[in-house]
Design a protein around this ligand. Structure first.
Ligand code: SF4
Length: 325
């Protein structure tokens, strides 16, 4: 819902401020699926709102479910589609939101990358993905910006969405994570913004050439610049920085790669690596590594701070890199 526009409209037609707040509270509580259901406001006003505005900027087109995840395909007002995923952990639920329709970064292991870039999502379209899950009665307590798109390529809208989610959906800054391929100017802005939102870097290799092969956008966002700014991030924020490393068969999973990753993570006490099983996508020939144990053994020997992440949502093509519309 475009709360700002609706608030303006309500004030313009002479509604008192408390009514404006009531409508926005109704929306963020996500107990209603339409203006018509908001029985705590007058029928006449409900009618006016439904005639002039859409309740959500997205509409469910399809949903698939597995044991611990659900993936929804959502239709936007201009007939484009995005996907959003709900990950059900033992003690909490995480929503993975998309920030763009498609993505210009072109990572070769990612289904979204194969779509090319269509457009940025508005703040409303980002926040509505969370409202969509909440409307189903799901208690959402964590958000990851790891769906379709590169968040720093749509930073103004993503930042406003983070602010909205924090202030109105009452999700703590530290319960939200923004993930980037390493858009340097985006990381700079993120540091200057100064909020305690987590930052994750899709690293996947410590070799400039390999990175360029699997993540073409890194021709611009060079590895040495990225590492420099990562140190700056931890120096200024004193917060952990997460490196995402999806192990790919014959690409980034040699012993040398493991030693390089060990050196990087051990170079800063606030660096942390997440070792991820690559999710297969139809659009790519890249396969998951068969050397995960050997790779992790080297990290263990080097006392690297890391976790081996289980890949949730892969059965429904809803895991990292698998979203496509
Ligand atoms: S991995 Fe992320 S940045 Fe790369 S193409 Fe896919 S959505 Fe874009």
């Amino acid at each position: 819902m475009n709360v700002a526009k609706i608030s303006q409209y309500l004030l313009k037609i002479g509604q008192p401020k408390f009514r404006v707040n009531q409508v926005s509270e109704n929306y963020y509580l996500a107990k209603f699926n339409s203006f018509e259901e908001m029985t705590n406001i007058s029928k006449d006003l409900r009618l006016k709102l439904s005639e002039n505005f859409s309740f959500l900027s997205i509409k469910e087109d399809d949903m698939v479910e597995s044991k611990n995840s659900l993936k929804a395909r959502l239709k936007l007002a201009d007939n484009l589609y995005i996907e959003t995923v709900l990950l059900k952990y033992k003690d909490w639920n995480t929503v993975c939101v998309s920030t763009q329709v498609g993505c210009a970064m072109g990572c070769t292991f990612c289904a979204t990358g194969s779509m090319g870039f269509k457009r940025n999502l508005t703040t409303e379209e980002i926040v509505d993905q969370i409202i969509y899950w909440k409307q189903k009665g799901i208690d959402v307590s964590r958000i990851v910006f790891m769906g379709m798109g590169e968040p720093f390529m749509n930073w103004q809208n993503v930042r406003q969405a983070l602010i909205d989610i924090h202030s109105n959906l009452k999700i703590g800054w530290r319960k939200m994570t923004v993930s980037t391929v390493g858009v340097i100017e985006g990381i700079e802005e993120f540091i200057s913004w100064g909020q305690q939102v987590n930052l994750a870097i899709s690293l996947h290799s410590l070799n400039q050439e390999t990175r360029e092969k699997i993540m073409p956008s890194t021709k611009v966002y060079k590895l040495n610049e990225l590492i420099k700014i990562c140190h700056r991030y931890t120096n200024q924020t004193k917060r952990l920085l997460f490196f995402e490393y999806a192990l790919m068969d014959g690409i980034n999973d040699t012993d040398t790669d493991a030693y390089k990753l060990s050196d990087l993570v051990n170079s800063n006490k606030l660096f942390f690596a997440n070792i991820i099983k690559l999710n297969m996508v139809k659009t790519s020939k890249i396969r998951p590594s068969r050397r995960t144990d050997q790779f992790c053994r080297i990290l263990d020997v080097n006392r690297v701070k890391y976790s081996r992440r289980m890949s949730m949502g892969s059965e429904i093509n809803g895991a990292c890199g698998q979203l496509i519309s």
